[in-house]
Design a protein around this ligand. Structure first.
Ligand SMILES: NC(=O)c1ccc[n+]([C@@H]2O[C@H](COP(=O)([O-])OP(=O)(O)OC[C@H]3O[C@@H](n4cnc5c(N)ncnc54)[C@H](OP(=O)(O)O)[C@@H]3O)[C@@H](O)[C@H]2O)c1
Length: 266
């Protein structure tokens, strides 16, 4: 596979959801590759501890911006903050997200809407605001700019009892793949990352007590970076061979069978 290693050294990467799990994993990887970082999530103490750790390990300069991305003015505020600090973003990792479990009718409507605001609206708004910076970085520093959006294997089929989450991730996958095409001549590396279950705080936030066979955060980061290091980054990365096979099988299977198998997972 022709390679063009992703090298963000000397540029700045913004990671949402950096206080935990997969987002924190990307922060370590990008810091190791020489990027300065902007770390965004609500838990300031976690972000500050991460910034100290990254500075000690890799000499990384991190800017911590505690923010609730579901707030109506969060993205304009964040962009204004970046402008005031004179920070241009070369890589955007949209990792902030959560899921909810339960039959839709019994779930809390406010929580479902909050999920859409984070997984879909904030991701779209932030991508729209920063895409010109990303494309500009790609033009000036070949192989240094990337857009990484966290979708999920939930994007490939409807999921009874996680209906809104699966629909939100189907959106992220479709949206990101379209952007991959629209920006393909710019040098920007664009991909939607689709892991299955990963061992993070995700399950407890979603309210799950079921033990799943989980991927590690390291595996997600490794698969993402293998994709970013390719000369042509693929529009989607499915993490894990079994997950890739299942995603392909879903396309060929009758929809009712897919629904009944997906429903058994919760
Ligand atoms: N773990 C899995 O099984 C799995 C599988 C497939 C896809 N994914 C996707 O991967 C991404 C990362 O999930 P994860 O596994 O790393 O879960 P996680 O450990 O729960 O991390 C979620 C991150 O999102 C942030 N966040 C939540 N609400 C926020 C808000 N209102 N404003 C700003 N930040 C917010 C959290 O930080 P604060 O609480 O500090 O705000 C945290 O940093 C998500 O998009 C998820 O859907 C996860």
């Amino acid at each position: 596979m022709p390679r063009a290693p992703y090298n963000p050294m000397g540029t700045t990467a913004l990671i949402t959801g950096a206080s935990s799990g997969i987002g924190a994993g990307y922060a370590h990887e990008l810091a190791q590759r020489g990027a300065d970082l902007v770390l965004v999530a609500r838990r300031q103490d976690r972000l500050e501890a991460l910034a100290v750790d990254l500075a000690e390990k890799y000499g990384t300069v991190s800017t911590v911006i505690p923010l609730d991305l579901t707030a109506g003015d969060a993205v304009p505020e964040l962009v204004a903050d970046l402008t005031n600090r004179n920070i241009a973003i070369g890589t955007l990792v949209n990792s902030a997200g959560f899921g909810t479990i339960g039959a839709f009718v019994h779930t809390d409507a406010a929580r479902q809407l909050e999920q859409l605001r984070l997984n879909v609206i904030a991701l779209t708004h932030l991508t729209h605001a920063l895409l010109p910076d990303l494309v500009d970085t790609a033009a000036r520093h070949p192989h240094a700019a990337a857009l990484v959006n966290l979708a999920s294997t939930a994007a490939f089929q409807p999921m009874p009892h996680m209906s809104v989450y699966a629909a939100s991730k189907a959106y992220v996958l479709s949206f990101t793949e379209s952007l991959w095409y629209e920006t393909r001549s710019t040098g920007l590396k664009v991909t939607a990352v689709c892991p299955g279950f990963v061992d993070t705080e995700f399950a407890s936030v979603a309210g799950s007590t079921t033990p799943y066979r989980s991927l590690t955060v390291e595996r997600v980061i490794h698969s993402t970076c293998s994709a970013l290091d390719r000369r042509v980054t693929p529009p989607q990365v499915i993490v894990g061979k079994r997950n890739a096979l299942l995603a392909r099988a879903v396309v060929l299977s009758p929809r009712r069978a897919v629904l009944s198998i997906a429903a058994r997972r919760h």
